[in-house]
Design a protein around this ligand. Structure first.
Ligand SMILES: [Zn+2]
Length: 175
């Protein structure tokens, strides 16, 4: 099994030490979950209803084989950066202020997270959000209205599987 590294490649707007400390904790959680064998098996068995993948030229394809979805997930091949697959996730995160209700979004290779949500939500929640947005960075997409299949798209379903896996691990620590 290929071991993946996760790197906080570029952090913008993390003005306080506690913001940086949290980014490091979240980075470790993401690294833990994407290297977790149970998590990877969940991805291989996942029932995706939306498998669209947009390549760097803007062409949309459907990835029908879950093992290829998993391979893309661990490849570390971010779009818009010119990087090839290096099995290293480079997270580029910008914290921003806004009065909208969203937690964040992605623009090209950058993940945007609302500062207030970042500070108030749990490490696990932020890990799941960064994983979701990172799946956009590598090319996966979903519907932007609340369709029936949206929770079964690659970013939503994998983000939730990661959160579930981390939650069960927290439980392991307690018992
Ligand atoms: Zn999304």
């Amino acid at each position: 099994m290929k071991r993946i590294k996760v790197v906080n490649n570029r952090l913008i707007g993390f003005n306080k030490q506690r913001d940086l400390n949290k980014a490091e904790r979240v980075r470790k959680l993401i690294e833990e979950v994407i290297n977790d064998i149970d998590f990877r098996n969940k991805v291989l068995k996942a029932d995706f209803h939306d498998r669209r993948f947009i390549d760097e030229s803007g062409n949309t394809t459907e990835i029908t084989d879950n093992s290829i979805i998993l391979e893309k997930l661990i490849s570390g091949k971010e779009q818009y950066t010119g990087e090839e697959k290096d099995y290293e996730w480079d997270l580029r995160i910008t914290l921003y202020r806004s009065i909208t209700s969203e937690i964040g979004h992605r623009s090209k290779e950058t993940i945007f997270t609302k500062k207030k949500k970042y500070r108030n939500l749990s490490d696990r929640f932020i890990a799941s959000h960064w994983i979701h947005e990172y799946l956009h960075v590598i090319g996966f997409t979903h519907d932007y209205d609340r369709t029936r299949r949206r929770p079964y798209s690659v970013p939503y379903l994998i983000g939730n599987l990661a959160s579930d896996t981390l939650e069960s691990r927290e439980f392991d620590f307690l018992t």
